[in-house]
Design a protein around this ligand. Structure first.
Ligand code: DAS
Length: 360
């Protein structure tokens, strides 16, 4: 079955006429509207199912960026939009190489005087990690917004088109400038630092421990809060200076666990381990010695919680000072790993690493 035949984007037939330099001309004079580039990477938003009733069973990453744009003719009222297909993958397949490729391309686009903002269409599985990496490494105040979908483009009540529309609205708004990388999903505007995916099927899956920054109402971005922690131009990390990121891994905790996975990471040459601990990052008595052995081998250990939300207290239930561990404060294991990898491009000193984790 050719999935694409089923894709009846509402305005596929009404493709916006491309203007100069490939910009899809906004309805008003082009110069009156911001220029927004949509960088597509795949995901469910680009997915297609065998029928419109297939809401959770579909092939991800098959619909191209031009069709995603054509499905939202209303974009012409918001901005001059052009699309780029950088990748076409399920976001579970992001790795350091693909993350750096995306970050470098977005950084290049932001330097261009005729680009006012960037929207990245992306799978939802690793959107939070990609957003956090960009939040820490892009050196621009221009808005960068990630979005995706929980239902494929072919589904009844597909959420992708409205997410694209809202994301371009936010990326085109001056209020979004300087807020760091944002995630716009299900009408909400989230900070890249705090947002996480919390539910595997629902459109309201993206949540932030301290709430969204705002939302989009009738085509207007409404902001109520701004990020406090440093990002983008305030961050000490610069994607232009990062050639590669060191191998870092996550050790997930569960009852009756053992040291096998951790030992395998160590044997593979990992430079840093994020301990996704029980509760506030706690360590079972039978894993105390293996963790100390890892540290003694020079591997950096960052304690955090395996929970969706929380806070790991330094020297709470574990003597981090004595064991020379770092704590990740309120960050999730996935994002802690991103920050650890970036931090270790600069230092392996645990006091410096702890400063970095307190800072971001
Ligand atoms: N596999 C998921 C991904 O690409 C699909 C999605 O939810 O976007 O992240």
């Amino acid at each position: 079955m050719n999935f694409l035949k089923l894709f009846k984007g509402a305005a596929v037939a009404a493709l916006v006429a491309a203007g100069p330099a490939g910009w899809a001309q906004a309805q008003a004079p082009a110069q009156a509207k911001p220029n927004i580039v949509i960088v597509a990477t795949g995901g469910t938003i680009a997915g297609a199912g065998a029928s419109s009733a297939n809401v959770n069973a579909y092939q991800s990453a098959v619909v191209g960026v031009d069709k995603l744009i054509a499905a939202v003719p209303e974009l012409r009222n918001v901005a001059n939009v052009r699309g780029e297909q950088l990748l076409q993958i399920g976001s579970e397949s992001f790795n350091n190489e693909r993350w750096l490729k995306l970050a470098r391309r977005v950084s290049e686009l932001l330097k261009s005087n005729d680009v006012d903002g960037v929207v990245i269409t992306h799978g939802t599985d690793t959107m939070e990690e990609t957003a956090y990496l960009l939040n820490l490494t892009l050196k621009s105040k221009k808005p960068v917004v990630l979005t995706g979908a929980m239902r494929p483009a072919t589904a009844l009540s597909a959420d992708g088109p409205l997410n694209v529309y809202n994301s371009v609205i936010v990326a085109a708004s001056k209020q979004a400038a300087g807020l760091g990388t944002l995630v716009v999903m299900n009408d909400e505007i989230h900070s890249a630092r705090d947002v996480i995916k919390t539910q595997s099927l629902k459109v309201e899956t993206f949540k932030s421990q301290y709430g969204p920054l705002g939302m989009v109402v009738e085509g207007e971005p409404r902001f109520y809060r701004a990020p406090i922690r440093p990002h983008t131009t305030q961050s000490e990390f610069d994607i232009e200076q990062i050639q590669s990121m060191p191998e870092t891994n996550v050790v997930y905790t569960y009852g009756n666990m053992n040291r096998t996975a951790m030992d395998a990471f160590i044997a593979s040459g990992t430079k840093g381990l994020v301990w996704a601990g029980f509760g506030a990052g706690s360590v079972p008595d039978y894993m105390d010695a293996p963790l100390k052995e890892a540290r003694a081998k020079g591997i950096v250990l960052v304690r955090t919680t395996r929970l969706a939300y929380g806070y790991t207290v330094r020297n709470g239930e574990t003597n981090d000072d004595k064991n020379d561990y770092v704590v990740a404060e309120d960050q999730t294991p996935g994002k802690s790993r991103i920050l650890l990898a970036l931090a270790m491009t600069k230092t392996h000193d645990t006091k410096e690493l702890q400063r970095i984790f307190w800072k971001y």
